[in-house]
Design a binder for this molecule. Structure first.
Ligand code: BGC
Length: 537
């Protein structure tokens, strides 16, 4: 009897199960897969973007940062040393540096596509393991790099690692979690990203102070620590019941499900998982399948959510923050101060999201966070415009002025950290039916990587031409994305993952694509054929 879940008053299913120590443990370990991504954002952000934004002599004295650039990117180093201009908007560019940064994103993009097959055919756990191992190798090569090609090879491996991990970890968490706590447990991934960023930036700052200029080896090589955590973690983790069933291991999956949910009677959820996997089995080509009309809402979200996440401008604003800390008066410690302040706000606000996501829902957080970001972007644009003017030359403006700007940057970061940051990973991972889940998640990762990369590459040029207007461009996108969420994104809070079909079927717009009995046939058909077994409460 497939699909015989308990149906609660509003027609939604409710499976028995609690937040067991076992599920908590597995989710905490798996979520640490976010550390590698965060660590990389923290390290490369400081080495590349911030170093391009700030003049070296304002950030550090005898540090490893110049020695790193002098060694591997001499042309960038020379230009920066020679340039004493006070123009804060227009800086430099270097093809090798671009290749170095871009290699990670392109590698992540490709590997997330490969990971789609691994995750589907061999399980989520194996993808996480691959992610950890590849990232480990990349970190070691980078730490011991002697030539620029070693840095690039190392970075490609890091990218492969991130592609695998970001593809598998959010899916793992969403499948493992009891549906009532799915949001909170999944956001553990984003929490790890933010912790990774904070730790990397703080460590980087101190490593950069090591005399002799080799501290960058510790910063880059230090990435082995988060990589080992996820490598070893994935060795002890079980695979998700959804994935086991998808691969035909029914008995094992049932035993695991009992252990995970902490109850003996898991037959309702189990039957639904089996039904969902039937549909999955019949799909040979998940990629072409994604183009079918009934998956239009999923494909749209797989593309638009990561696209919008990057168009909030988070990475630009966080990378720009040190300039402002610098103007407040932290001439030598601007990057540390900025990292600690914005990084801590980022972590703390993610905790708020963990607390609220399953209570207030995804849509509320998206809309509240969007409004908050919009207001802050407008204020920051106005303040920066007034300070740097159109020619980018800072005048003598009072300190309180910069404090106001930094405060609004922090409020902006908080807004992102409880909305688009975590939800940009959570929502895609919970809305795809099993048969397209793995492929669709790869699209999400790829789109995220492409736009993180594009924005990082063009942001200096944009800053140069648009000046403070750059913040208004992102503000415009925040308006667009909030309207998009308001109109097109259904609420997914408290709905079992294999039951998600109902949110599209009852949506005013998406229902025309997803007709009754068409979506996720396994579960939905199972449901109609077993209505007698369905207990209404
Ligand atoms: C985004 C990153 C961003 C980070 C900030 C992540 O969800 O994908 O681009 O740097 O959040 O915390």
């Amino acid at each position: 009897m497939a699909g015989g879940g308990f149906v609660v008053g509003d027609g939604q299913k409710a499976y028995p199960g609690k937040l067991t120590p076992f599920v908590l443990f597995t989710c905490v370990v798996a979520a640490m897969g976010g550390l590698i991504f965060g660590y990389d954002i923290g390290i490369s952000g400081q080495y590349l973007t911030i170093s391009q934004l700030l003049h070296f002599h304002t950030t550090c004295g005898v540090t490893s940062m110049p020695s790193f650039l002098r060694r591997f990117f001499p042309s960038v180093y020379r230009k920066q040393q020679a340039d004493a201009t006070t123009n804060q908007y227009c800086q430099y560019d270097s093809p090798t540096l671009t290749l170095f940064t871009s290699s990670l994103y392109l590698a992540a993009l490709i590997s997330s596509l490969v990971a789609s097959t691994v995750t589907r055919k061999f399980g989520r756990r194996l993808s996480m393991l691959f992610g950890g191992i590849l990232f480990c190798a990349g970190a070691l090569i980078n730490g011991f790099a002697k030539h620029v090609w070693m840095l690039i090879v190392g970075r490609i491996l890091l990218g492969f690692g991130i592609g695998f991990a970001n593809q598998a970890v959010p899916l793992y968490l969403s499948e493992m979690a009891p549906y009532k706590y799915r949001g909170a447990l999944n956001i553990g991934f984003q929490l790890s990203i933010t912790i990774g960023i904070l730790v990397a930036e703080v460590l980087n700052y101190f490593f950069a102070k090591i005399k002799g200029g080799w501290g960058w080896r510790l910063s880059l090589g230090g990435a082995v620590v988060p990589a080992l955590i996820i490598t070893l973690g994935s060795l002890v983790l079980p695979d998700t019941p959804n994935s086991m069933i998808e691969r035909g291991q029914h008995e094992e999956a049932k035993t695991k499900l009992r252990r995970i949910r902490g109850v003996d009677d898991v037959s309702q959820e189990f039957d639904d998982l089996v039904a969902a996997s039937k549909e999955s089995q019949s799909i040979e080509h998940p990629w072409t399948n994604l183009l079918r009309r009934k998956y239009r809402p999923h494909l749209t979200m797989a593309i638009m959510i990561p696209f919008f996440q990057q168009l909030t401008g988070i990475n630009v604003i966080m990378f720009y923050a040190p300039v402002l800390f610098n103007t407040i008066g932290f001439t030598t410690d601007a990057s540390l101060m900025s990292a600690v302040v914005t990084g801590s706000v980022n972590v703390a606000a993610t905790l708020v999201s963990i607390y609220g996501v399953d209570k207030w829902g995804r849509r509320f957080l998206f809309l509240e966070g969007g409004t908050q970001m919009l207001i802050c972007q407008a204020v920051v644009a106005a303040c920066i415009g007034a300070k740097f003017g159109v020619d980018g030359t800072p005048g003598e403006l009072p300190k309180w002025y910069a404090i106001v700007v930094v405060t609004f940057i922090c409020i902006y970061v908080a807004g992102f950290a409880w909305s688009w940051g975590p939800l940009g990973w959570l929502v895609p991972s919970e809305i795809f039916p099993l048969e397209i889940r793995s492929a669709a998640q790869s699209i999400t990762v790829s789109v995220n990587m492409i736009f993180t990369f594009i924005i990082a590459q063009i942001f200096l040029t944009m800053l140069c031409h648009l000046k403070f207007g750059l913040f208004l461009v992102f503000a415009f996108f925040v308006i667009v994305m909030s309207i998009f969420v308001y109109i097109f994104l259904p609420e997914t809070k408290g709905i079992p993952i294999e039951e998600m079909g109902q949110v599209w079927r009852s949506h005013w717009y998406w229902s025309r694509f997803v007709e009754d009995g068409e979506y996720g046939n396994g579960v939905e058909m199972g449901k109609s054929s077993s209505n007698q077994g369905t207990k209404h409460v």
